[in-house]
Write a protein that binds this ligand. Sequence first.
Ligand SMILES: C[S@@+](CC[C@H](N)C(=O)[O-])C[C@H]1O[C@@H](n2cnc3c(N)ncnc32)[C@H](O)[C@@H]1O
Length: 275
Amino acid sequence: MIDTKGKVYIVGGGPGDPELLTLKAKRIIETADLVIFADSLVPPEIVAFAKEGAQVIGSKELNLDEIMELELSAVREGKIVARVQSGDPSIYGAILEQMRVLKQEGIEFEIIPGVSAAFAAAAVLKSELTVPEKAQTVIMTRMEGRVAMPQGEQLKDLAAHGCTMVIFLSITRMTKVVRELIASGGYTEDTPVAVVYRVGWPDELVIRGTLKDISDKVRAAKITLQALIIVGDAVDPEQTITGAVSHLYSSEYTHRYRKGDAVVSGTQASGNGQG
Ligand SMILES: C[S@@+](CC[C@H](N)C(=O)[O-])C[C@H]1O[C@@H](n2cnc3c(N)ncnc32)[C@H](O)[C@@H]1O
């Protein structure tokens, strides 16, 4: 239920495709009296669900004080506010500073998760980010820029793991990204990589390559914003043809919910049946 008294909803608006909004996000946008959306990354189609008479404001030219002032005065008038962020608000969503003000002011708020561009990109690439025997870990990170990276989180430190990496906010530094990824020894020039530009938007673009040629391909495509870099075997199209797969649905595999037919060294091959 959506409260009738004033409240702020921090809403995950998904990557851009309105059909990737959750039902809950859509319902809150439809109900809100004030919708403030990150119009640098969230298309107008997402907030077109706002009711007639609702105030709909883009936030890209506003600073935090201005945004919070709008939110606070609406809530004090008993209004519902939907603060619509791109993807999922928990990933580079800059929501901590908003939550701090809301807490200080004693204002009730709730976060509605959304489909991160990371998962929308994996879907477009037809990738499983966790590849049996090759990558069972996904690192979501960014290249150091104006925002300093904490110790141990430099791209080359993280790349040393050689697992799947999803790199946000870094497309303008592609050459440096590649250099750091290879410097770690975790990846080679032949490691598959994909760049997904504006996933879920009408002009979505996918560029596939290896760490050797991806920078040139990105430069040729003139991509300078709103793109993700996904690195590792997970984005190798070969994965959908050959290689190890999960045991989970194997007829041999016994787990809590199903008895398999394999006998391994006198015992049944078994697991807990959770994906
Ligand atoms: C401030 S972060 C927000 C991420 C967002 N919270 C999420 O979960 O997707 C913005 C960065 O996310 C990535 N991004 C956001 N939307 C995207 C999209 N539709 N397609 C590709 N990358 C996107 C880009 O790397 C962009 O620079």
